[in-house]
Ligand binder design. Structure first.
Ligand SMILES: C[S@@+](CC[C@H](N)C(=O)[O-])C[C@H]1O[C@@H](n2cnc3c(N)ncnc32)[C@H](O)[C@@H]1O
Length: 265
């Protein structure tokens, strides 16, 4: 199995920092869950079994369970899964959620024999490997889904995301954490290459560096992603920009969201 490199460093070794970032954007997760539940209901799914394939600490899985769905969250980061379990208890959805540690590339083995009514992939969670690995993951997710199941890919970066073209330095604050991201785009391999520097504001005017990591993510156009989905058994029905507002996908918008259905291949 390929080395996880920066992914391991950011999401496992310094999971404490990324949990702070996810906690700082918890309300965004709630809004995403509301839109996803609306899409499910519009497609006749009022209840049922949902797989959150890269669930982090349950930022979306838990609010979705609060909407009445039975949610299974999978992530390769043990600290995220432990945090998700604690939060499920805190939010009163322990009986409607299950959180498991697994690499997405082995998800079919961990969930062998299960069939889902819907699958969600939220924030940019594909593109950490190469195109063929993403395809393999999507094929495995299809094999775990009922015919006609709904797939929502929500708020992922895409090739037309304007950020790294017009403004390659981004500063964001999450509580006492400050994230400085410096982005470059490699047009040959369609990769977003970023330097992440995470600093802690000590409250006395000092920023103390906690982590510096170089990230590398393959980004797709909407058409490339729709083609991969088609090859792996998912037919795209609709497209949005930011799913929280169900906005039209009109590049240059920051996010891409796709809704697809499980089809026969
Ligand atoms: C950008 S975060 C999104 C988390 C969550 N979906 C959210 O919106 O809060 C990407 C997630 O993918 C997980 N991840 C990365 N590579 C993975 C892999 N190979 N298998 C399973 N999870 C992985 C990380 O641990 C992280 O939680």
């Amino acid at each position: 199995m390929a080395e996880l490199g920066w992914v391991q460093r950011l999401f496992v070794e310094r999971a404490d920092l990324y949990i702070e970032i996810m906690n700082g954007t918890w309300s965004e997760g709630e809004q995403i869950a509301k839109s996803i539940a609306k899409i499910f209901r519009e497609n006749g799914l009022d209840s049922g079994k949902v797989l959150d394939a890269f669930c982090g600490n349950g930022r979306v899985a838990i609010p979705l369970a609060m909407e009445g769905y039975e949610v299974v969250g999978v992530d390769f980061s043990l600290p995220f899964i432990e945090d998700a379990k604690l939060k499920a208890e805190k939010y009163g959805v322990k009986d409607r959620t299950r959180f498991l540690v697994s690499d997405a590339r082995e998800i079919d083995r961990v969930l062998e024999g299960e069939k889902f009514d819907a699958v969600i992939i939220v924030s940019t969670s594909l593109g950490y490997f190469d195109g063929s690995t993403d395809e393999e993951i999507l094929r495995k997710l299809r094999s775990l889904s009922k015919d006609g199941a709904i797939l929502v890919i929500a708020n992922t970066l895409h090739r037309e995301t304007p950020g790294w073209r017009y403004c390659n330095k981004v500063f964001q604050r999450y509580g006492s954490l400050v994230l400085m991201e410096e982005r470059k785009f490699d047009p040959i391999w369609s990769k977003l290459l970023s330097k992440w520097v995470i600093m802690r504001d000590d409250g006395e005017g000092n920023l103390i560096k906690e982590l510096e990591v170089l990230t590398e993510i393959r980004v797709y156009t909407s058409t490339e992603l729709a083609e991969i989905l088609k090859r792996t058994g998912w037919g795209v029905d609709s497209i949005y920009g930011d799913i929280r507002r169900m906005e039209k996908f009109l590049p240059p918008c920051v996010h891409l969201s796709l809704v697809a259905k499980a089809i026969q291949t």
